[in-house]
Ligand binder design. Structure first.
Ligand code: HEM
Length: 426
């Protein structure tokens, strides 16, 4: 495997700038395809180099480099530059305090420390019975027909009640949250500039709602995330109201589209592997392994972005301050080092034992590692075995329609399936 492309001559001691390297180029449609198409592109790029030139920066392709860059605090989250990258100049998007995803340094450490307990595996476990009820209710609506659009009927609605239950928002407001989540998330799409008014309106409504909720919980504490975040305190430090609002935003932005699309990617993969679906139905205790394998094999978040906060030399290459890199989580997951067996990275196997120190990368790595990973794992671990048991003989009915390249989080738009009908629960 060659290392990097041809270098233009440089002085012997000075590291060569990444901009002067002759590198393979990531095709424009690298993210716009099914799992196998994406794998093929990244396998061939990775075989040539650990780094490739992309539209506005450089894609990082190998597992070790992806983790090294995500763990190096000099690389800052590109989400902070998102308005700039999208050509957005509206102060409503630029002058607000950074969300946890965009925060760095001491501010990020402080925010993470204050909220860590509220996102522990124990807190996620508390919601498992609720998650099971939500999935069963969704399957009940389609069980008798033996036919469903899994993306629309199951994946799309699934995370909203859970986020609402987590936050302490009542059932009658689920639809509101669903709309706000959808609209606020448009900021990550390539089409954000055309949709600023919709995004801004949703953001205002959501923030007002959350501020009201915070005021109510201050006088009437409950057993929910908002109450926990209000109470969160470390050495006399607390989250301000605006930080609380920003955190709730981060939970809605981070915790809805990700989970629903990951569930869709999972079901799409299982449709191609009916024997694994039957195995999961028969052995629900495999759910934790199945979730890790699905996220390795076909993660809904295929990559993230970082920019150099200062001049950085990595692997003897200079990345001048401001350079954008895009650690490809999908490509890292396709790295042969991530699996131990002969079957290799393109075998989907829910009984696969994880390789120590080589966890799947779809939750990221380093300081911005997904705050909601325990919750997301619980959601998927509860949903998949129920679906496998109640939707036996699952098969794609027609064609899966995958999302376009402009979306930040990949998944199925439409996933029509048939399965053996059953009687809904009474
Ligand atoms: C399968 C579902 C999910 C996937 C694949 C996922 C993926 C990710 C990834 C890759 C990151 C890191 C981004 C980066 O480094 O630039 C991240 C961060 C984050 N996620 Fe998730 N996520 C999921 C579910 C959730 C849920 C359910 C929540 C909340 C309840 C959540 C909240 C967050 C937050 C707040 C961050 C920012 C953390 C920080 O910057 O310190 N995520 N997620």
């Amino acid at each position: 495997m060659s290392d990097i492309g041809t270098r233009t001559p440089a002085t012997p001691s000075a590291p060569v700038s990444v901009h002067d390297l002759d590198l393979p180029v990531v095709p424009l449609d690298a993210r716009d395809g099914t799992r196998d198409e994406t794998a093929e592109i990244y396998h061939s790029l990775s075989a040539e180099s650990w780094i490739a030139r992309s539209q506005i920066g450089f894609s990082i392709l190998h597992y070790d480099d992806v983790t090294a860059i995500l763990r190096d605090k000099r690389w800052h989250n590109a989400v902070a530059k998102l308005p700039e990258l999208r050509g957005i100049t509206d102060p409503a998007f630029i002058d607000r305090p950074p969300s946890i995803l965009a925060a760095e340094g001491d501010l990020h450490v402080r925010l993470r420390r204050l909220v860590a307990k509220a996102f522990s595996p124990r807190e996620a476990d508390r919601l498992r019975p609720f998650m099971r009820d939500v999935v069963h209710d969704l399957v009940d609506d389609v069980a008798a027909a033996g036919r469903a659009d899994v993306a629309v009927d199951i994946c799309e609605p699934y995370p909203i009640p859970i986020i609402c239950e987590l936050l302490g928002a009542p059932r009658e407001d689920w639809q509101l949250f669903s709309r706000w989540a959808e609209d606020v998330l448009r900021i990550f799409n390539g089409t954000a500039l055309d949709e600023l008014d919709v995004i801004k309106q949703a953001q205002l409504e959501l923030n007002d709602y959350v501020r009201e909720m915070i005021a109510r919980r201050r006088s009437d504490p409950r057993e929910d995330l908002i109450t926990q975040l209000i109470a969160a305190e470390e050495e006399g430090d607390r989250l301000s109201t605006e930080e609380l609002v920003s955190m709730v935003n981060a939970v809605i932005v981070g915790g809805t589209d990700t989970t629903r699309n990951q569930l869709g990617c999972a079901v799409g993969v299982f449709c191609d592997h009916p024997e694994q679906w039957a195995l999961l139905a028969e052995r629900p205790e495999l759910a934790p392994q199945a979730v890790e394998e699905v996220m390795r094999y076909f993660g809904a978040v295929r990559g993230t972005g970082r920019f150099a906060s200062e001049d950085i030399v990595y692997r003897d290459i200079l990345f001048p301050a401001g350079t954008f890199v895009f650690p490809s989580l999908a490509s890292a997951n396709f790295d042969a080092d991530v699996v131990a067996d002969e079957g290799g990275v393109n075998t989907f196997d829910i009984t696969r034992e994880p390789v120590k120190g080589r966890t799947q990368m779809t939750f990221g790595s380093g300081i911005h590692y997904c705050l909601g990973a325990s919750l997301a794992r619980a959601e998927l671990q509860e949903a998949l075995p129920i679906l496998a048991r109640r939707m036996p003989d699952l098969a794609v009915d027609g064609e899966i329609e995958w999302k376009p390249q402009t979306v930040a989080i990949f998944g199925a738009e439409q996933l029509p399936v048939t399965f053996t009908p059953s009687v809904p629960r009474s």
